[in-house]
Every structure is written in C-alpha cells, then in structure tokens.
Design a protein around this ligand. Structure first.
Ligand code: KE4
Length: 437
C-alpha cells in the first residue's frame, strides 16, 4: 500500500508542537501509541474527514463518539447558524435550556433534575462532589480502565488517554487525595463487595461506565449492573452511571433504559452537544437539590446551558428520536462488526471484537476481554501496525487500543464494504509485520 502524502499535515503539526502542548488539545490525538505524525484535519462532512493534504478518510472516531449523526449534519448546522444570529451565550437562563432539560429528563426517567455543564469532566467531578455531600462520606469507588475525565479523583488506573500513554496515576494529585479513590476490576462484583466490607459506611458513591469504552469496549457481565445497584442501595452509597459515551449512543436515553437499572445520578456529554461543548449531570431530586443555589454544594460555569449549544443538542436529540433510528444504526454496525469478525477469523490474527450497538473495539488479544487486565494483554504493536495500514487505506480508527470505534448514521453500506476490505488487507500486513508477542 503506498502511504498517503501528508506533507502539509506534518508542516502544520511541526508548528503546532511549538505552541500547543504536544501539538494537540487533548493527549490521545497525538498518535503516541501508534506512531507517526497525526493528520491535521481541514474539514469534515457526514462520515468523512478531509485532511489538509486532500486525503479523505472514513471516520470511525466521530469526535470520540459525539458525532452520531455524522459531521456537519445539515439540520444541526442550520440550527446552529440560526441560533448564532440570535446570540451564542446570554449568561442567563434561556428557554432552550428548559426545553432541552425536559427532553433529557423524559428520555432518562432517573434524572428528576439536571444541571448543564460544558464537559464530561465537569459533569463527573460535580456528580461525585454532590454524592460526597449527600452521604457525608469521602471514598469513591471506580473501576480499573474506566475513564471519567481528568479531575483529580479519577486519574488513577484510568483508561482512555492514561491507558494509551501508560500513565498509572497522574503526578500533581496529592496522595492524600488519590487515596480517597478505590479501584477494583470491572465486572468483578466480589471485589466490589470486598471493598465495601473493608470500608463500611465510608464509600460515598460507585461511579461506573455502564458499558465500558475507555479500556476499549467491555460490556457489563450479566448481573453486574444490578449487583452494583443492590449493593450501593443496601450500603447507603450512591450509584453514578457515567453515560458520557453511552448516553443516547446505545439507545434513545441511556444504558439504564436498556438494562433496567436506575442509578441515583447520571452524567452525560458528547452526543447531547451535537458537536458543541455540552455535558450534564443529574438524578434524584433529593440529591440534586444540594447543588447551589438550592443547596450549599457549589458548582458553576460561564458557558453552561448557552443557547447555541442547547440548540445543537435539541436538534440532535430530535433527529435521534426518529422512529427506528437506533434499530437502523445498530443493524448497520452489526453488519460491519460481523464481517470484521469474519476477516479476523480468516486472517489467523489472534483477536477479539467487543461490541455493543454502534460502539466496538478490535482487541489484538488471544483471550476474551472482560476487564482492564485482559485489555492490557493486547498486542499494542500489532494494533499500531493495523492502525497505520487502515489509515493508509483511508480508514480512520481511534489511535489507541484502549479506545472505541463508533459507527454513525452517516456511514453507508459502501463505507462498510470498503472498511471490511481494508481490514482484510491490513490484518494480513499487520500479521506479517509484527510476529505475535
Ligand atoms: P470530556 O471532559 O472529555 O468532555 O469527558 C470526559 C469523559 C467522561 N466520561 C467518559 C465515559 C468519557 O469517555 C469521557 C471522555 N472520553 C474521551 C475518549 N474516550 C475523550 C477524548 C479525549 O480525552 O480526547
């Protein structure tokens, strides 16, 4: 395969490295785990990214899951343009905020009250703050390999960029603070029970990605989410579903609607912003009423609930509520995933594809991946070789073994066919280029 010309990307990235830390605005974009210079994107439309050298890519990163409708959806773009002419941020309550909160709380009945913020990190940071205030307890329990943004409580044994860069725990977090976060293996109910037994009446909340996607995709084992619900309820801790990825990805609403488990608090982000910075946290009224100005738990944000982002989110969720949207999206994703599994099987490469709905990860591992320990056994050299081959064939996958790929409504059957063909060829090259560990 002749590598694509990317001289303009390289030149711009050289400049970027002089003034943007690592040349990026978020670490995972730096291609550290896959090598080479990141592509610099000039524009995007539908399921396509176009780099500054005129190369075109079928995009399976979708802005890390946010662009479920595809890029520059005409209706969303028109809504943003129309709202921009009416002002982008009023710094006061606007009716769009109220309307959007009503749409979200109707879609996720466990959210009786909601607060908009501008990133998933803000949402999860605020959710555990109010959980600590509500319970009067200090400890937070999270799962190894899950990622809940970059606030201090979550930077130990976390997934996504920390897993990608091999950062077990981030410097700059005082050990006294880090000790307030307990980590146990995902899908391991016995480990959760042991943690609660060791710390009676001290755990304020369990925060979980109800379908993990930041160690790569790892679905909950049967009974795991129900087990967390029962144990938190009986021990007086709160259950927080971090649905920043899964919210409105797997169903109209959250995983909670799919698995029938109602958490006490939920965090949302990505998709609900329609490509603009919107996130939210919310849940039980008796918990959320502790948040200022109703209660003393302080949280605030200059651009929270701004009308431009609210309008983008409203238009996005209006389109997602269309009849059969998720049925069609998930069926299309299933066609891709089953054919990638066939290609993997035929290639002789040791691998597993974990998938839930339109989110998936191809693990270069000979054993099933049900937690972070197993995910870390993947052959990341082979993943890097595969990634590079796919990129040269015009398929943009997430540049890390520990991220998820996303199928959008904009991906066509022709895109799926091209992707499967590229996958077959890339697996062959990756196998030859990287003998198994
Ligand atoms: P943000 O602060 O990046 O908006 O959201 C943090 C967050 C919270 N919870 C979950 C489950 C998340 O997946 C994220 C962010 N996801 C990563 C990628 N898996 C964002 C991409 C990046 O860090 O550049």
């Amino acid at each position: 395969m002749t590598p694509r010309l990317r001289s303009k990307s390289q030149a711009i990235f050289r400049r970027a490295e002089q003034i943007l830390v690592g040349g990026v605005s978020s670490p995972v974009r730096a291609f550290k785990a896959v090598g080479g210079d990141p592509i610099v994107i000039e524009r995007a439309a539908g399921a396509r990214l176009f780099d500054v050298d005129g190369n075109e890519y079928i995009d399976y990163v979708c802005s890390w899951g946010a662009m479920i409708l595809g890029h520059a959806h005409p209706a969303v773009t028109a809504a943003i343009a129309e709202q921009a002419r009416r002002g982008t941020s009023y710094g006061m309550t606007n009716e769009l905020e109220v309307e959007f909160a009503a749409v979200i709380t109707r879609a996720l009945p466990s959210l009786q009250m909601v607060r908009f913020v501008s990133s998933g990190t803000e949402a999860t940071m605020s959710a555990i703050r109010v959980a600590r205030a509500f319970t009067g307890r200090n400890l937070i329990l999270k799962f190894e390999g899950c990622y809940h943004g970059h606030s201090d409580s979550f930077l130990s044994q976390a997934g996504s960029g920390l897993a990608t860069l091999g950062i077990a725990s981030s410097p700059g977090v005082p050990s006294a603070f880090a000790e307030l976060t307990l980590n146990v293996p995902y899908n391991d109910m016995a480990a959760v029970e042991r943690a609660f037994a060791r710390h009676p009446n001290q755990i304020a909340a369990v925060i979980v990605e109800p379908v993990a996607a930041n160690m790569g995709v790892v679905p909950p084992q049967p009974g795991f989410l129900q087990g967390l619900r029962e144990l938190t309820r009986s021990s007086g801790a709160l259950l927080i579903f971090d649905e920043v990825i899964s919210g409105f990805r797997l169903a109209y609403g959250g995983v909670q609607t799919l698995y029938g488990v109602a958490p006490d608090l939920t965090t949302l982000g990505k998709i609900i912003g329609g490509g603009l910075p919107v996130a939210a946290y919310g849940g039980r009224r008796d918990v959320m009423r502790l948040v200022a100005p109703l209660g003393p738990v302080y949280q605030a944000g200059t651009l929270s609930g701004n009308p431009l982002a609210m309008r983008a989110g409203l238009e996005t969720l209006r389109l997602l509520s269309a009849q059969d949207f998720y049925e069609n999206l998930n069926a299309k994703a299933e066609r891709l995933i089953s054919r990638v599994r066939e290609a993997l099987q035929a290639s002789g490469v040791a691998g597993h594809v974990n998938a839930v709905g339109s989110v998936a990860t191809l693990f270069f591992s000979g054993e099933p991946v049900r937690d972070y320990e197993a995910a870390k056994k993947s052959d990341t050299r082979r993943f890097a070789a595969f990634f590079a081959e796919m990129l040269d064939r015009g398929i943009f996958l997430p540049p890390s073994q520990y991220e998820a790929l996303f199928v959008s409504a904009a991906h066509t059957e022709e895109d799926i066919g091209r992707t499967v063909l590229a996958c077959r060829e890339s697996l062959k090259v990756a196998l030859a280029a990287t003998p198994a560990d």
